[in-house]
Design a protein around this ligand. Structure first.
Ligand code: AHM
Ligand code: MG
Length: 331
């Protein structure tokens, strides 16, 4: 059977890109390469101590690092070497990483926001984790990077994607012309097109929220949880509750099966937990491109003007009609 690798697909689809074609292709390719390096280590996470104790296999000390630091290093190195990215905003860095001083990236046109290893607290129990990335275009490549180039509204993303290190490893991305998913074939070391033109059902029967915080949720969310639990065969209720605690894995599952993921504001975290720039915006772009919706409950995620790099926002994301149902409770 003929396969299409991520590299082939990116080149075939270059015509869809709104801007300089080869550069964005190379940037996506660099992210794909770093993803494979991270995948290799994530897959061996449980072995790290055993290998370390035996002392005969030295993975350059890298597995001894916390995996989220390792992943951050791999992605930043790949972006630095690739030369198409001038600035990286990462969950792992208080300040962004300015790459524009490197000769190779001086005129680079893209800014990348990344959560290198989302859900990393799940690693110890062998639960799926992910990487989330978002790509913006710089306004002028001939002057130092300006704050307004970094803090762009989500609607301005030129590409976004995630990698899920799960029972298989997948890379899912969009450049604003639909969503495509690639599964890593370990035997050839390539991401291969496995989920072309992904679409999310307009409604599903899954709801994903950390119900342990029920007493801290706003009334609207409490009401929605009760709505999910009511019996109504016409709307497939009661819905099934599914919550992994890894945003990438929860949203990926709901994208495939239909459902809604909610991380709302809580009484002790009034802005919610998840970060706008490298968690909510990229996931919102992907889900919208797949026909779904993403909102804070009252505002469309992709229309929020970011104020700071690590800003948090509440999020309701997934099947369009389910998100709208939650919004109706917020009204
Ligand atoms: P992290 O970026 O520190 O890994 O945290 C983000 C993760 C998300 O993947 C997940 O949806 C959420 O935190 C789970 O939080 P909680 O344990 O509060 O339900
Ligand atoms: Mg995260």
């Amino acid at each position: 059977m003929a396969i299409t690798t991520l590299g082939q697909f990116i080149i075939e689809k270059q015509a869809d890109f709104p801007y300089a074609k080869g550069e964005l292709s190379r940037l996506l390719r660099d992210i794909g390469i770093a993803a494979k390096l991270v995948n290799r280590v994530v897959n061996k996470a449980g072995l790290a101590d055993i290998l370390g104790q035996q002392g005969d296999i030295n993975i350059q000390g890298e597995v001894q690092q916390k995996l989220d630091v390792y992943a951050d290093t791999q992605f930043i190195n790949a972006l630095k070497m690739g030369g198409e990215c001038c600035y990286v905003a990462s969950e792992e860095h208080e300040e962004g990483v300015d790459l524009s001083a490197n000769t190779v990236s001086k005129k680079a046109k893209y800014i990348v926001c990344i959560d290198p290893l989302d859900g990393s607290s799940n690693i110890d129990s062998n639960v799926s984790v992910g990487t989330i990335f978002s790509i913006y275009r710089r306004f002028h490549a001939d002057r130092p990077i300006q704050e307004e180039e970094i803090l762009q509204v989500g609607r301005k993303q030129v590409a976004a994607g995630y990698i899920i290190y799960g029972s298989s490893t997948m890379l899912v991305y969009t450049t604003g012309c639909g969503v495509n998913g690639f599964t890593l074939d370990p035997s050839i070391g390539e991401f291969c097109l496995s989920h072309p033109d992904m679409k999310i059902a307009s409604r599903g029967a899954l709801y994903s929220i950390n119900e342990g915080y029920y007493s801290k949720f706003p009334q609207a969310v409490k009401k929605y949880i009760k709505y999910c639990q009511e019996i109504d065969p016409a709307t497939s209720r009661p819905y099934t509750s599914r919550y992994i605690g890894s945003m990438v894995a929860d949203i990926h599952r709901n994208l495939i099966k239909g459902g809604v993921f909610i991380y709302p504001q809580t009484s002790n975290h009034p802005a919610g937990k998840l970060r706008l720039m490298y968690e909510c915006n990229p996931m919102a772009f992907i889900v919208e491109q797949a026909g779904g919706k993403a909102s804070t409950g009252t505002t469309t995620i992709l229309d929020i003007q970011p104020q700071t790099l690590h800003q948090r926002v509440p999020i309701v994301i997934g099947s369009k009609e389910m998100v709208e149902q939650v919004e109706s409770f917020y009204l």
